[in-house]
Design a protein around this ligand. Structure first.
Ligand code: CTP
Ligand code: MG
Length: 235
């Protein structure tokens, strides 16, 4: 599909995490990949899209790194304050979109700062498949390996049917009003929310799974960064 026929959309990039599993000297979104910071590559996935209405990045209050990267001077990028959990950061970002004039039924895509390898074809697939959807959905990847449920002693309890298991990726695409309400209500109820879809599910809706590429991985551990460095070098 031609990108110009896709729906308009806003983007929220939560980037206020500390990256503890990465065990680096700074939050992982500021580690170098192919000569630039990871977050710069992530922002690039969206900035040139013709249907982009605006983009908000959620940063930690004491973030000393953002101001030193070229993106900090890009007028297309708005900033919001991060929160204690990812869901708090996202909620702040959504609030900022309201202040920018986003409407209740506008589409919002939430995408991890630490996921720099989103292909344009996946982004356009998500936008195209969900353009007329009543709920919204997310990029996801079907489980590949045989799955085991573990018991307390580290032994296999059973083999799980892999055909119904998917890994949740981002972007996750929902209407601004519905997502804000679902996230706020889930947080107020003390429900553990690890992605936007879980808040939407908790509110009683059924997000659609859109199959995406497995290489849209989130940099979580050192080996993820090594893997992506290697892959980009060989391109
Ligand atoms: N994030 C955020 N605000 C938080 C926590 C996380 O904006 N309070 C962001 C991270 O910056 C990241 C995305 O949410 O872009 C996905 O979270 P995750 O991979 O868990 O990142 P970290 O929390 O930074 O890493 P870790 O869990 O290993 O500490
Ligand atoms: Mg985390």
């Amino acid at each position: 599909m031609n990108s110009f026929n896709l729906p308009g959309f806003w983007v929220v990039i939560p980037a206020a995490g500390v990256g503890s599993r990465m065990r680096a000297d700074r939050p992982k979104q500021y580690l170098r990949l192919g000569g630039r910071c990871i977050i710069e590559h992530t922002l690039d996935c969206f900035l040139e899209h013709p249907q982009l209405k605006g983009l908000v990045v959620c940063l930690a209050a004491d973030d000393p790194y953002w101001h030193d990267i070229p993106c900090a001077r890009d007028v297309r990028i708005q900033r919001a304050l991060g929160g204690l959990e990812r869901s708090d950061s996202v909620l702040n970002g959504l609030q900022h979109l309201v202040e920018l004039g986003a409407a209740e039924d506008d589409w919002v895509l939430v995408h991890d700062a630490a996921r720099p390898n989103l292909a344009r074809e996946d982004l356009d697939k998500l936008l195209g498949e969900l353009a007329d959807d009543a709920v919204g959905g997310l990029l996801a990847v079907p489980a590949r390996d045989t799955l085991k449920r573990a018991g307390a002693d580290g032994r296999v309890l059973e083999t799980v049917d892999r055909s119904v298991i998917w890994q949740a990726y981002t972007p996750q695409m929902f209407r601004l009003g519905m997502l804000r309400q679902a996230l706020a209500a889930a947080l107020a109820a003390g429900v553990a929310i690890t992605d936007e879809a879980s808040a939407v599910e908790w509110a009683g809706f059924l997000p659609r799974l859109i199959e995406g590429r497995a290489d849209n991985l989130k940099i979580t551990r050192p080996e993820d960064l090594q893997w992506l460095e290697q892959r980009w070098r060989n391109f």
